[in-house]
Design a protein around this ligand. Structure first.
Ligand code: 5GP
Ligand code: MG
Length: 462
């Protein structure tokens, strides 16, 4: 998963990208980058780490121009290393410089890369995003940039939202299935694009609409109008429903859905499906908060914020020795004992993946004196891997593959465990037929990659 951003027509293009990426930081914390365009040249800075670590005042003043694209990365293909940080910037035929930022995962990346390498292409990164650069470059001989991008999109399969800038043009592309979100808006006379609308709120930009599945939007340098093109491949719309369950920020509007309201509706559906006699509802922070509000409303019981999260635990947290392993659990979350002891609880989280949260934290509430623990999960059991950009582990590590709900509840000493049904989840969104639900039901909207490992590209080459 990743976050992408683009702006055209604002003299503070780098600084606005910096703030935009800040708002998208939840979509990727591994690397960050911004590429701007001024006086016919691209200026770029990328680095490993969080947005404020990569960009200082000193760096930003060296990124002039009124066009920029930005990226925050969470690697799903390609290792977490500097050469894979985006935007990727290259010099193409005729000296044209181009920067590209990609969110999503291509499912035919290994085949395309092998084909391109057999024809002599030299790849600089191990990420699937670089494939676009080679495909575009191959077409530029006889085509315009726009046509070259459309032709590149004819070849790729899978999930891609792209922000591209070249020669002062800013171009946004969303794949025909529309797996991941990309919204467009205005900031005065400038055009702005971002993975999620929460970035617009920060900039006080106006959200116009989502870039449509299968659409390419082109902004000429200094233009007041945009041009819209249709990608040539058509496909049913299959937006990632897990964006609404977990990934997107609750203050965003994506896929035409208000994420906060959507999660609350999932909570309301949850209580309808599996009510219980409880004293209060406790969210598992932070991701369980919004569905919990719906659960509390539907059940007519108080919502209590009884699990307190330490917000200063970063990735640098030193792992304790084996004998102190419970430290790593306790340092992140601490319960308010008076709200747990003797209480019958609904505990709510958005999803169960490996089962670490429920196993190490939720099951412990009984030991702390909770009278009953009823665990509620606001999406169905995750039983299938994702090839479109959500970072789920291999199938055998998914706890729902190992244990059914009753078995898991018994193993963990929960009084009950209920996952929202797929029907209930679909009732929580406004266009239920336009979503990819492959992680729940295994119905993949594209052919699957030949090599299905996380680092499929690298493994495919070895
Ligand atoms: P588990 O503890 O079962 O392995 O994972 C479930 C928890 O991880 C939930 O609290 C959920 O909010 C969170 N989660 C779900 N999907 C992802 C993901 O793709 N990345 C990260 N970092 N957390 C996730
Ligand atoms: Mg969580």
């Amino acid at each position: 998963m990743c976050g992408i951003f683009g702006i055209s027509g604002h003299e503070e293009a780098a600084r606005l990208a910096y703030f935009g990426l800040y708002a998208l930081q939840h979509r990727g914390q591994e690397s960050a980058g911004i590429a701007t365009w001024a006086d016919g040249e691209i200026h770029s800075h990328v680095g490993m780490g969080l947005v404020p670590d990569v960009f200082t005042e000193e760096v930003l003043v060296h990124l002039p121009g009124d066009v920029s694209v930005g990226h925050v990365r969470y690697s799903t293909t390609g290792r977490p290393e500097p050469r894979n940080a985006q935007p990727l910037t290259v010099r193409m035929r005729g000296g044209m410089q181009l920067s590209l930022a990609h969110n999503g995962n291509l499912t035919n990346a290994a085949e395309l890369r092998a084909e391109l390498e057999d024809a002599g292409a030299i790849f600089q990164t191990t990420s699937d995003s670089e494939i676009f650069l080679h495909l575009i470059s191959h077409c530029l001989k006889d085509m315009s940039l726009e046509e070259a991008i459309l032709s590149a999109c004819d070849r790729v399969e899978g999930a891609y939202c792209l922000m591209i800038q070249a020669g002062g043009k800013l171009i946004a592309v969303r794949d025909p299935h529309g797996f991941h979100p990309l919204v467009m808006g205005r900031l005065g006379d400038a055009w702005v694009f971002a993975s999620e609308s929460c970035a617009f709120d920060l900039l006080e930009a106006e959200r116009l609409r989502g870039v449509r599945p299968g659409e390419m939007v082109v902004i000429e340098h200094g233009a007041l109008e945009y041009r819209s093109f249709a990608l040539r491949k058509s496909a049913p719309v299959r937006q990632c429903i897990f964006e609404l369950v977990y990934f997107a920020r609750p203050d965003s509007v994506i896929f035409g859905e208000d994420v906060y309201q959507c999660r609350k509706r999932m909570g309301l559906e949850l209580v309808k499906e599996a009510p219980a006699d409880v004293d209060c509802v406790i969210p598992f922070p932070d991701s369980g908060v919004y569905a919990s509000l719906g659960v509390a409303q539907g059940a007519g019981v108080p919502y209590e914020h009884a699990l307190i999260r330490n917000h200063y635990v970063g990735r640098t947290f030193i792992q304790p020795s084996q004998s102190m392993r419970q430290f790593s659990v306790r340092v992140k979350i601490n319960p308010v004992h008076s709200m747990i002891e003797g209480k019958r609880l609904f505990v709510v989280d958005d999803s169960i993946v490996r089962g670490t949260t429920v196993r190490t934290r939720v099951a412990k509430l009984r030991d702390m004196g909770a009278k009953e623990v009823h665990f509620r999960v606001s999406c169905p059991p995750i039983r299938h891997g994702c090839f479109y950009g959500i970072d789920f582990p291999s199938t055998r590590e998914l706890v729902a593959v190992q244990h059914g709900p009753e078995e898991l509840a018994a193993l963990l000493g929960l009084d009950s465990l209920h996952y929202l049904s797929l029907e209930g989840l679909k009732r929580s969104v406004s266009c239920p037929d336009q979503y990819c639900t492959a992680c729940f039901d295994g119905c993949y909207p594209t052919p699957l990659p030949a090599v299905q490992d996380k680092y499929s590209l690298e493994y495919a080459r070895k």
